[in-house]
Design a protein around this ligand. Structure first.
Ligand SMILES: [Zn+2]
Length: 315
């Protein structure tokens, strides 16, 4: 065992933070810290009183990775009218922050209004830098440019030989997932430091995690619909979401289900577990359970015959 202290590199400075120490060790006291450094396989925390405690590096790395790639709720990255990521150029998507769903007045925020204004206009821009600046600048916080299957070079830069197309699509470095957010870019810029610290390290972020989960949900929904003739299922679930009216409470997530098809009158629908209260944090699991049971989800707002039910159920 050596006693030499090391200075943290860019990756280590992201991993061995007081927040990640708190995430890794429940009893961790994050006050009165003067220094955090590394010695062999331990992380040393130096306190103002001169005392030191050591923690296993491995546990902090795990906490860092699960926090960096954590799954945010279903509404966290939906644009206006529950719109998911919109296809852009270069195999990338515009992914909006869920400003409309953070608060019952969320749709009135300047960010939500800018989203509504820009949502169909991004496609007319072709420069990723310009799009990124519009999405995330000092003035705007609309969302991110995300490419879960990797950014593809603009048409002009692609080899025009059609035979080589397949080859250029696979195995090229551009096929790595991409996100324009600060966290992902920081990992990309210091990738060799991260890979030295965590073997086989791949950059990730909350946006990519959410995107994968959302895509899984869409595939699952298609499977459910395809089991019915003409793709219109008898077993349907309609959902509504009422964002919270303050920053303390959660929103309300309400589901109605039927076996008579999406167009069935209100009398054919039943509230799902009427005695339980569901929030935005239950949405992923509820969608998944419903679809496992063969129910196809529909936003309640697309089924006008159910409009009066929401007022009854809403908070
Ligand atoms: Zn991201």
């Amino acid at each position: 065992m050596t006693t030499q202290l090391t200075t943290l590199n860019a990756a280590q400075a992201c991993i061995y933070t007081r927040s990640n120490l708190s995430r890794a060790f429940q009893e961790f006291d994050d006050t009165g810290i003067v220094d955090i450094n590394l010695r062999d396989d331990t992380c040393i925390v130096v306190r103002t009183d001169g005392s030191e405690q050591s923690y296993p590096r491995e546990t902090i790395k795990t906490a860092y990775q699960s926090y960096t790639n954590r799954l945010k709720d279903f509404f966290a990255y939906l644009g206006p009218n529950y719109r998911g990521p919109s296809i852009w150029h270069q195999n990338a998507y515009i992914m909006f922050k869920g400003w409309n769903y953070t608060h019952s007045l969320g749709h009135l925020t300047s960010n939500a209004k800018l989203q509504a204004h820009w949502i169909d206009k991004f496609i007319h821009l072709s420069d990723p830098q310009k799009v990124t600046t519009l999405l995330q600048s000092d003035q705007t916080d609309l969302g991110h440019l995300v490419a879960p299957d990797g950014l593809r070079l603009p048409a002009g830069a692609i080899d025009f030989n059609i035979d080589s197309e397949q080859e250029s699509d696979t195995g090229s470095p551009a096929a790595e997932p991409y996100c324009s957010c600060g966290s992902f870019q920081r990992q990309l810029a210091n990738l060799s430091d991260f890979q030295m610290e965590i073997k086989g390290y791949k950059p990730g972020c909350i946006h990519l995690t959410w995107f994968y989960k959302y895509r899984e949900l869409l595939c699952h929904r298609t499977d459910v619909r395809n089991k019915f003739p003409g793709g219109s299922p008898d077993t349907c679930v309609a959902w509504w979401y009422a964002p919270p009216s303050d920053h303390i409470r959660d929103g309300r997530f309400v589901l109605l289900h039927t076996k008579s098809g999406a167009q069935a009158p209100l009398s054919h629908w039943r509230t799902y577990k009427p005695k339980e209260i569901f929030t935005q944090h239950d949405a992923w699991d509820l969608f998944s359970n419903m679809m496992d049971a063969g129910y196809a989800p529909f936003p309640g707002t697309s089924l006008p015959q159910l409009a009066s039910a929401v007022k009854k159920n809403g908070n």
